[in-house]
Each structure stands twice: as C-alpha cells, then as structure tokens.
Design a protein around this ligand. Structure first.
Ligand code: NFS
Ligand code: SF4
Length: 642
C-alpha cells in the first residue's frame, strides 16, 4: 500500500512500509478493510434496546420499533458520547485527586506537592482558606474537597465560579450548571436509556450540562491537581517524532493519559543501580519518550521527548527499538498487543481499570508506585539484548511547549507585570486577529497530521494566534510549527508580536484535559477588559479537524456551551438527522451564543474560523479592513527548509 496516501510525515511513512514488509498489521492496514456504516456515522443507528437494533431513515416517516425518530436517536447517541468523554476525563481526575490525597498524607512515596502557589490559588477557588495551614494540610483539604465535587448531589461545581459572570448567568437561566460530576454523567446515561428522554433539545441541554461537568469540573480538576503535584508548566524546549528513540539506549515509551506512574518512571531511570544494569547489557543509558497525552503531560513539565501522536503508537514498537511500552487508560489500541508480539517489546498495562489480552499487567498502586516503576525499568533493560529488525526513522523536530495560561500571562505581560493586557491590546489593535484552539485526535480516515498543519499554517498566515493541545499539538510540532522561527510563516502583525516576545505563533497548552486551561485563558481575556463581557464575544474559535474520540465530542460540547464556536472535520455524528444538525449547527446559538460546524476541508475550515473571528471583531467594533492571505506555494516551500 502507498504510505504517502496516509500522511506526509516521513517517519510514519517509513514505519508503515516497514510493517507492511514484515507482515505486521497496524491501524493503517485495518482502516482500509473497514467500511463505515452511514447510519452509524450519521448518528441514526440505535441499539439501545433489543426490540432493535434500529437503523432509522430521516424521511419524516421512518422510526425505530419504539417510535423513536431520527433526531431522538442521533441526540441520544451524541449525548452518550459526551457522557463517555466526560467520564474518561473525570475518572482520570479522580485518580489524580486520590494520589494528591495520599501524597499529602505521606502515603505515596515519590510524590510531593511541587507547586504551592497553585495549591493556594486552587484552595481559594474551592472555598478553602489557606492561611495558617501547612502545605500538606492544605493539600489534604484540597484533595478531599475535589473528591466531593464528584459525588455532590445538589448545588454547583466550585470551578463554575471561575467563569465570567455573564456566562454563569446564561447557564443558570438554562438550568445547566452542573451539580456533581458523577451525577450529570449518570443522569445522561439514564435519560438516554430506552424510553426516557425523547425530546432532542431537552437531551442536548443535559448534554451541555454533562459537558460542563467535564470542562469546568473533571478536566479542570485533573489539570489543576496535576500542576500542584508536578508543577505548573513553563516554556521548555524538547524534541518530537520517532527519531527521538535512541539506537544505543534502552527505550521506554509511556503512553496513555495519567502522568502519575510516568513521573515515577522518570525518577527510576535516574537510579544509579538501574543505570549500571543498563550499561551491563551494552546500553549507553535509558531513554524515556511519550505517546499521546501522557507525552504531552511530561513534555509540558519536564521536556521529555515525544515519540508521536495516537496513530504512531504501533509504529513506535515497529521500530524494533522499544524495550518496554507502559500504558494506562484511553486511546490505547488493542492492536498494540499483536504488534508487540512481533518484536521484542514488553507491553505493560498498569491501571486497575484497563487490561489487554495477552499483555503483562503490573498494577500501579500509588502506595508503592516507585517499586512498580523500577520493576518496569528492570524488565525493559533485560529486553535490550533481544533487539532485532531495528530501524529508527531519522525524523525529529525541535519544539517549545509549556504554555499554561499562567505562562501566557507572564510571557506577554512580563515577569513583573503578568497580565493579559498586552494580548488584549494586540487583539484590539488588530496585530493579532483572534485566537484559534486547534485540538484533538488524529484519524486514519483522513490524511494524518496534514489537516492540522494545513489549517494552522493558514491561520497564522492570517494573524490568528493558535493554541494547540492533544495529538493536534504533537502533529503541529512535528512539522516545525512550535518554534519561534515559525513566526516567519505568520502574517506581519502576529509575526511582530511573536518576535517581540520570542514566542512561537502556535502555543502548546498541553494534554486534552488541559483544554480546561483554554477556558481559563478565555476567561482571563474577558476579565482583562475591552473584548466584551462574555467568552462568546471574544474573537476566538475552536476546532478538531482530525477527531475520533468521544472525549473530543465532550470537549467540543463544553466549548460550545461555554460560548466558543467549534468546528469538527472527518464526519459528524448528527448528520443523519436534519433536525438535530440544524440545532447543533445553528439553533444552539439561541441558547449559548455559540454553535458547532462541520467542515472536512482544512482550508475551508480556516476560512470559516477567520470569518467567525472577523464577525466577532465587527460586533466589538474593532474590525479593521484586512485582506485574507492565502498560504501560497512559495510560503509552503520556504517552510520545508525550516
Ligand atoms: Ni485527546 Fe489525548 Fe490524542 Fe485524541 Fe487520544 S491522546 S485525550 S483523545 S487521540 S487527542
Ligand atoms: Fe429501536 Fe427504540 Fe430500541 Fe432504539 S430504543 S433500538 S429505536 S426500539
């Protein structure tokens, strides 16, 4: 098969070819065999009860056996995706809260409170008075309070109060302020059971409430408590792509989402005894690299190299140079097990919640996490002499990561005057046209990574400051968009701002739970003044052009419910119902002053985002006539030399 058809990433192409030669099956091989079903894809296949399953046509007559219409079925399916995505982010947060609690009580060796400033800030936002309390006392209270946010039955989640006043009022008026994280997710599952909530707008409103419980609840708790435990990110240089694997080192890949065990593995690989063991088997040292959001977490805080994004997980093993891959939860392909068996890699599942058939399970128990980490490193070293069929792609790229919303404040406002004022001023004076968040997964049904980079180049050429997270961030980094020099590709206004402060035009803001940082950044912009009183008035837009996961839908829904219009590519799970599509692509605006849009073409998506930003500028009265630049061949060529 033609590897170029899947992506322009050379490292990925080389490994697709290697696996094809060696008869190893990967996601890129399987995707060609699986045809999508139009009913499933458009959202109108219902299998919620066994009078069905029912595939329902959207012709105004057809219905499921129970009478459910296309819009009801599609809304129920959509809302279930929101619930699953919110559950994933939030269960991650729960785990972090439990570890914070254990660390505060001195029961989690290897973990400690790293960021006291953040601890104080979070405590206050949770309604805890930090004065006069020791670090560990306060951390214990914060962890316990965070845990109550999950099981709370009435009232409002604490972090909701962080949102702009006007936005809180919108939510209150609609009755969609989340009461408790678990409660909203459970209610969403209940309402979508056969024969419960069957009015699509009513369903979608609870879908917003559930999503808000993720964005301003689960995801935000995960981000904030991880910052307390591991430090709030600051700009840091690192490297990305499969070329970060080292031919003469023991390579360990950490993959998944929770940075807990990976942080301990980073400690373990500095252990002198283990380093001596590695040298004894002929390795020069031990190299740790990440995949997916685990990668983003330890990249942001430690500058650990990133081996790749979600679609490169099997390919990393196929280099033949990975001794161990350690996975926990989410975005871990079952295909990994089969690929690992074709090479010398030992694959470890480590979460009590996730196993793969035929794969070593070594459970991460935070009471003895460091021991588990050392055991993994020891076993990785033992695999080193068994390498065969090694071929590591040469591609690697520099990047700068670490743009927490606090950092953005410092970098733009200066060390002594941290504020969003300069950003707001630059948006008002038009140097920066607006802000776009480019987030989410990669999907083998579209050209992997290319949609992200095409879109982002177009945006920065038009003076749109781009914030990236998740796999989108990794893909942009691989193409050299996350270095200050990338400012050369930016329009003159954005370029000027980037060069003045030495920042890239594309800022890596972290993992997917860190999309909560973007909610805070948007709120800070509002609070700084001059750009409206609500998030929905700010010239900004979100998108996930290569999405695939339910988590992406949850994120999109909380962005929209927070007032940010969001575009998705690939395919969209409401298109099987005209009514529901009209609602998500337009009608939602009447409720939350933002909506979804679907656009599979990245250049057209950029155009839509820019038009959206321009409309917001006009409404604010800050529109200055500006020609839209098309990212031309000349600029593309220039990029390839960078
Ligand atoms: Ni986000 Fe991160 Fe990647 Fe998609 Fe998966 S790793 S949590 S879901 S695939 S961006
Ligand atoms: Fe069919 Fe209704 Fe059952 Fe869904 S809930 S499978 S539409 S009968």
């Amino acid at each position: 098969m033609k590897a170029e058809a899947f992506t322009s990433c050379k490292a990925t192409q080389a490994m697709i070819e290697k696996t094809s030669r060696e008869g190893v099956t990967t996601v890129f091989h399987r995707v060609r065999e699986k045809k999508t079903c139009p009913f499933g894809s458009g959202g109108t296949c219902c299998r919620l009860c066994y009078m069905g399953p029912c595939r329902v046509k959207d012709d105004g007559q057809d219905a499921g056996v129970c009478g459910a219409t296309a819009e009801t079925i599609a809304a129920r399916n959509f809302c279930r995706m929101v619930a699953a995505g919110a559950a994933a982010h939030s269960d991650h947060a729960r785990e972090v809260a439990l570890v914070l609690l254990a660390a505060a009580r001195g029961e989690a060796p290897g973990f400690e409170i790293k960021d006291e400033e953040k601890l104080w800030a979070v405590a206050q936002d949770l309604g805890i008075d930090p004065v006069g309390k020791s670090k560990n006392q306060l951390a214990e209270e914060v962890a316990l309070k965070a845990l109550t946010e999950f099981g709370q039955q009435e009232g409002e989640l604490s972090f909701v109060r962080r949102a702009p006043q006007k936005r809180q009022e919108v939510w209150r008026r609609l009755g969609i302020i989340p009461r408790g994280i678990d409660r909203e997710i459970v209610e969403m599952l209940h309402r979508t059971h056969m024969g419960v909530d069957q009015e699509y707008v009513h369903l979608m409103l609870h879908g917003m409430r559930t999503a808000l419980a993720d964005g301003w609840g689960g995801s935000m708790i995960a981000t904030e408590l991880q910052d307390i435990l591991f430090g709030t990110p600051v700009p840091i240089r690192a490297k990305v792509n499969l070329g970060v694997l080292k031919p003469d080192h023991v390579n360990i890949i950490v993959h998944g989402h929770e940075p807990l065990l990976p942080e301990l593995i980073l400690l373990a690989v500095r252990d002198e005894e283990l380093l001596a063991q590695a040298r004894a088997v002929g390795a020069k040292g031990i190299n740790v690299a990440g995949i997916c959001c685990t990668a983003n977490e330890i990249l942001m805080r430690k500058g650990v190299p990133v081996a790749g994004s979600v679609l490169q997980q099997e390919l990393a093993i196929a280099t033949g140079a990975v001794e161990a891959m350690v996975v926990d939860v989410q975005c871990i392909m079952q295909g990994l097990g089969q690929v690992a068996r074709c090479y010398h890699t030992e694959l470890f599942t480590t979460s009590s919640r996730a196993r793969l058939p035929g794969v070593t399970h070594l459970e991460f128990d935070h009471h003895r996490g460091l021991e588990v980490a050392k055991e993994i490193v020891r076993r990785a070293i033992a695999r080193f002499p068994q390498r065969r069929k090694v071929e590591i792609p040469v591609e690697e790229m520099d990047l700068i990561a670490g743009f927490s919303h606090e950092t953005i404040k410092y970098i733009l406002g200066g060390r002594f005057r941290a504020s969003y004022r300069p950003l707001n001023d630059n948006i008002i004076n038009g140097r920066i046209r607006g802000v776009a968040a480019v987030v989410g997964c990669s999907n083998p049904r579209v050209r992997f990574g290319d949609l992200h980079t095409t879109l982002v180049r177009e945006l920065i050429a038009n003076d749109v400051l781009v914030l990236v997270t998740g796999c989108a961030a990794i893909n942009c980094a691989k193409e050299g968009l996350l270095v200050p020099e990338a400012a050369e590709m930016a329009g003159s206004g954005l370029r000027e701002v980037c060069e003045a402060v030495g920042m890239p035009p594309v800022l890596h803001c972290g993992s997917c739970v860190d999309n909560s940082r973007l909610l805070i950044a948007a709120t800070e912009i509002v609070k700084e003044g001059g750009l409206g009183e609500d998030i929905s008035e700010v010239p900004l837009c979100g998108c996930a052009p290569e999405w695939m996961s339910e988590k992406a839908i949850a994120i999109g829904q909380y962005f929209v419910a927070s007032g940010v219009t969001v575009g998705f590519g690939v395919a969209f799970p409401t298109t099987g119902s005209a009514k529901l599509s009209e609602f998500v692509f337009g009608g939602m605006k009447d409720y939350v002053n933002a909506h979804w849009f679907y656009e599979p073409d990245p250049v057209a998506m950029a155009r839509t985002i820019i038009a959206h930003i321009d409309a917001k500028r006009k409404a604010l009265g800050i529109d200055v006539a500006k020609e839209r630049v098309l990212y031309d061949m000349d600029m593309r060529r220039k990029l390839e030399v960078v």
